[in-house]
Design a protein around this ligand. Structure first.
Ligand code: SAM
Length: 486
């Protein structure tokens, strides 16, 4: 597919040793003093913001969902431009592997030899051509102009030629040409997921039957949910005020139907509601519903930052006359928990949950919302699917096991521990719970029975716990399992 007529200029400059994309290069930096966060909107503020987000993700390992909102604020980009920037930046990050496969077939040199700004622009262009309804000529000329303003006219011919090649076929035809021969590999490419993640999803689902639906739902922008703070406002009232719909499962949930910044909604600004995926609400609900015999006043959240579930548990604790200790290893995240739970019966501790001095065998109800790969929340972290690596899993599962053990040590006999992850990876879910239960003698409780309103939560092979899925429940792929300390 290489086109020898593609003009020069797309390749990296010959100066200095060869660097990777992540390295900052002269020509990918701000041209002529025009760039920088405070720069006023140009003629194409949406694509400029999208391109700058891609640069930050590639060069600085930034998070797109933190970088873009900051750029939009600083540059006062709103309305349609903000919506376009969001679609393009997040969409390009999500589809990176698919876009790179197509671009690789249209370029006469390896992508990792291209200048960073040229690569970002090609990805942005390919995203528009293959995955949006933007007319091809508009997409190509906008990206070429962007490259001209960032890197001068030298690479524009190259970018123009490559994008014209991309535009020769639509997304489905490219998948047809580039897909590996096996069904799983094909589905992974079709829905722009790394193969290893598609394999993990298939394993967690127990078969390939739902894999296409799971990957498709995971490739879509998630709906925004609010959680009404128990004791402050009902979901019905919150839905009426925000114009949203009451969530299908969580008694506190509201599904927003309008776009816009949910942080600006009056109930959120006033602390009556928080932005929280319905799956996370259901995990907090499981933690609050797990049956405890006897006293039930001392609650503990061992991995609490930034505080989403601690707010829900703290509000429920206030209603039940209980108190919540909330721990997080990262001091800044512990501070976020403090801010989020102000006014609730919550004491926040910054420290490592495995070592922090807390009463032993004292708590009636404990939540361990463990650090994990986040494979169940990829919809919210656009670049994460390409950044995570299979090698990350082993280190995390070690930590998860030790956190679950630490939780059980702090729980009194008869008390309950809810173990949760925002990942469906069986190594992080059933393997951790089964191993620690066997080792400690903790009793596995029927978690599904605690969520009778939610269908189809079973873990394949009669594994312990419940598994939520975007394609089944419209939630993140959260996992939760309840153990009783004996
Ligand atoms: C999945 S997040 C928790 C999300 C939180 N429960 C919520 O709903 O907002 C996992 C948290 O565990 C914290 N963490 C990681 N290792 C830890 C440790 N050894 N002890 C305590 N907290 C830890 C991380 O800083 C992170 O904030």
């Amino acid at each position: 597919m290489a086109d020898s007529s593609v003009p020069p200029g797309g390749h990296r400059s010959g100066r200095g040793p060869r660097k990777k994309h992540g390295d900052r290069k002269g020509r990918s930096g701000p041209p002529r003093g025009r760039q920088g966060p405070g720069r006023p909107p140009s003629g194409d503020p949406a694509r400029e913001a999208a391109l700058d987000t891609l640069r930050a993700v590639r060069e600085d390992a930034a998070y797109a969902n933190l970088t873009l909102p900051r750029l939009l604020r600083e540059r006062r980009i709103s309305g349609r431009d903000a919506a376009l920037a969001t679609d393009l930046a997040y969409g390009t990050c999500r589809a990176q592997g698919l876009l790179d496969a197509v671009l690789g077939a249209c370029c006469d040199r390896p992508l990792d030899e291209l200048d960073g700004v040229v690569l970002d622009a090609l990805r942005l262009g390919a995203q528009q051509l293959l995955r949006t309804r933007i007319p091809p000529h508009a997409a190509v000329s906008a990206v070429v102009e962007l490259v001209r303003s960032r890197a001068g006219s030298r690479p524009t011919g190259f970018v123009n030629a490559v994008l014209r090649r991309v535009a020769e076929h639509d997304e489905a035809a490219w998948v047809e040409r580039l897909a590996p021969p096996d069904a799983l590999g094909r589905l992974a490419l079709t829905h722009a997921h790394p193969r290893w993640i598609a394999e993990v999803f298939a394993q967690a689902l127990g078969s390939d039957e739902e894999l296409a639906a799971a990957l498709a739902a995971d490739d879509a922008r998630p709906a925004v949910h609010l959680a009404a703070r128990p004791g402050e406002i009902s979901a019905e009232e919150l839905a009426a005020i925000t114009g949203g719909d009451e969530s299908p499962y969580s008694p506190y949930g509201v599904l927003l139907t309008e776009g816009g910044d949910p942080g600006e909604l009056a109930p959120v600004r006033e602390g009556l509601a928080v932005v929280q995926d319905e799956g996370s609400q259901l995990v907090a609900l499981v933690a609050s519903r797990a049956p405890v015999a006897g006293d039930d006043t001392r609650w503990l959240d061992l991995c609490a930052g930034p505080g989403g579930k601690a707010v829900m548990l703290g509000a429920l604790a206030a209603i039940e006359g209980a108190t919540l200790d909330a721990v997080d290893r990262a001091p800044h995240r512990a501070r976020l928990v403090e801010q989020a739970t102000e006014g609730l019966p919550v004491r926040v501790h910054a420290g490592d949950a495995r070592e922090i001095v807390l009463p032993e065998e004292a708590y009636d109800r404990v939540l361990v919302d463990a650090p994990c790969t986040g494979l169940g929340a990829l919809r919210r972290r656009p670049e994460a699917r390409w950044r995570r690596q299979p090698e990350d899993v082993a280190e995390l599962t070690e930590l998860q096991r030790s956190l679950l053990r630490a939780a059980l040590e702090r729980t009194r006999p008869g008390g309950v521990v809810t173990y949760a992850t925002c990942s469906p990876h069986p190594e992080e879910t059933t393997a951790v719970v089964t191993a620690v239960a066997a080792e400690t003698g903790a009793e596995l409780l029927d978690t599904a029975a605690l969520l009778p309103e939610v269908p189809d939560t079973a873990v394949p092979g009669d594994g312990p716990g419940v598994q939520l899925w975007p394609h089944r429940h419209g939630t993140d792929a959260m996992y939760a399992a309840v153990l009783r300390r004996v």
